[in-house]
Each structure stands twice: as C-alpha cells, then as structure tokens.
Design a protein around this ligand. Structure first.
Ligand code: CA2
Length: 151
C-alpha cells in the first residue's frame, strides 16, 4: 500500500479555535485537530501536512503547489467557503480529490452559510460534527483514493 500524502487546509480565523466562540466551535484547538489527524493518518498509513492561513492568496498558492506533491486535499475553507471563486478555481485547476469539512452544520446557520463554492468540485462534504468532521473527512478521502488506485 503506497503512502498517500494529504494536504490539510484550514481557512481564516480557525487559528482562534478553542479560545473564542466556544459555544459554536467548541473548546478543541486547531493544534488538537492537527494532532488527531496525525494519529489517524498513522493508522491509515498516510501522511498529512497541515496549513492554516487567514489569506486567500496563500491558500490559492498552497493549492497550486499541491499539484504533483499530494494525492488529495482536505479543506475547511471557513468563511472563504461562501465567498471564494478563487479557491474553487484553484481546486478545480489542480483536480486533486478534495473533501470539504466544517465543524458546524452550515445548513443550520445563517442563510449566507448555506452556499459553498467548493461543494460542487469536491468529492463530498462533512458538516456539523465538530472536530470529528475532519477525521471523518480524512477517512473518506483516503478510502476514496485507495478505491481509485485498486483497479
Ligand atoms: O463550521 C465551520 O467549520 C466553518 O467553516 C467555520 C467558519 C465559518 O465562517 C463557516 O461558515 C463554517 C468560521 C471559522 C472561524 O472560526 C473561529 C473560531 C473561533 C473563534 C472565532 C472564529
């Protein structure tokens, strides 16, 4: 089984997790989430590299640089989910299997959060399970990649 490489991208303000708005986003920090992903990645025999940025262009650069370096992308684009054609275009351009995740259930929140520019170019979306959305997303992405390469 080859060692899959997964790029994990966290969008704006997610660096504040665990210290602000804990009623919505919980007390788990971004470092906790990255640690959980690293533990799961070891079990799944894959490698995860995480990047958080508050800057759209930095995220676009990271997506472009993923071409040829990574097998798939796990992304919580945070507010850019609902606004960024640039992120969607970058993800479509690199054409790497992508899973979109959200801590909160975006469909139970403000109407402007119901639209995702990323959903249509992703394999799928997991929303509403807190930090577990990321581990469910990683599992789903790795399963998808292994199914793709098994025939
Ligand atoms: O539920 C999610 O994961 C979101 O992607 C989080 C975004 C929000 O804009 C999306 O609609 C749904 C917001 C991330 C901001 O995270 C914070 C964490 C702590 C304190 C303040 C913001």
């Amino acid at each position: 089984m080859s060692l899959l490489r997964i790029l994990v991208l966290h969008g704006p303000n997610l660096n504040l997790l665990g210290c602000r708005e804990t009623g919505i986003y919980g007390t788990t920090t971004l470092a906790d989430i990255d640690n959980q992903l690293t533990v799961l990645a070891a079990q799944l025999k894959c490698q995860v590299i995480s990047l958080q940025s508050n800057h759209e262009g930095t995220l676009v650069d990271a997506i472009q640089a993923a071409m040829g370096e990574y097998d798939g992308i796990l992304i919580n684009a945070a507010a850019y989910t609902h606004t960024s054609v640039a992120l969607r275009d970058a993800l479509a351009a690199v054409n790497l299997p992508t899973v979109e995740v959200h801590l909160s259930n975006i469909y139970r929140r403000d109407t402007f959060r119901h639209q995702s520019y990323i959903a249509a170019i992703a394999i799928g979306q997991i929303s509403g399970f807190g930090a577990q959305s990321y581990t469910l997303g990683l599992q789903a992405l790795v399963d998808h990649l292994r199914q793709q390469t098994s025939c």
